[in-house]
Write a new protein. Sequence first.
Length: 242
Amino acid sequence: MAASSGAWVWYELETPDAEASAAFYDRMLGWGSQAVPMGDGAYTMLVTEGGPQAGLAGAAEGVPPHWVGYLAVDDVDAILPVIQAAGGTILSPAIDFPGVGRAARVADPTGGSLYVFTSASDEPGGSEVAWMELSTTDLEAAVGFYTQVFGYEAVTMEMPMGPYVLLRKDGVDHAGVMAQPMPGVPSMWLPYLGTSDVDAAFSRAQEAGATALSEMMAVEGIGRFAILQDPSGAVVGIHQGA
């Protein structure tokens, strides 16, 4: 069956050098790459034995490399006016990907950017992306937007760095929202890529040119994780479950 509305179904790294980025994620996580014909060119996917995990797309001029997620909705066109009414922004109009689905790039009122996506297939996708997390410049506004537009329940956990809000739907936690801990940094969605040995992956990443943005951290019952900046400049998390 197709992914339910509110689930993350795809992830994309916008990068100026797909070949170099593919080599880095292969070095760090052992993810291979596969070129898929698309239009007049090809779309590079990062793949594991479990199937495709993410795609590599060109970064727009003037936009730094970054990761972006695709959030499942029942009807892309129907949700766009709802997003605008709730204070969000439509960054690009809805477009069709033949045989894949329909998507539009949007931003929440604090600037966090994502795609809303309606799949053309009922085939579920397997993913080794362990978690999605929004660091936002306005926690209350962001949580209000995602609960209003996508029907999430907000569940607040008190953490050492402040409130951490889980976005829950039908008993499933789909993402976390926290206040942006770095002054001057805009709101951003961050994927955490899953691995069976996060310490080894963290070491390999730095050997391959990544910059550590955090120390290795551990949360009881959650697992171990770290945040880094890949050689292209994109920020990403890596995670090993408890």
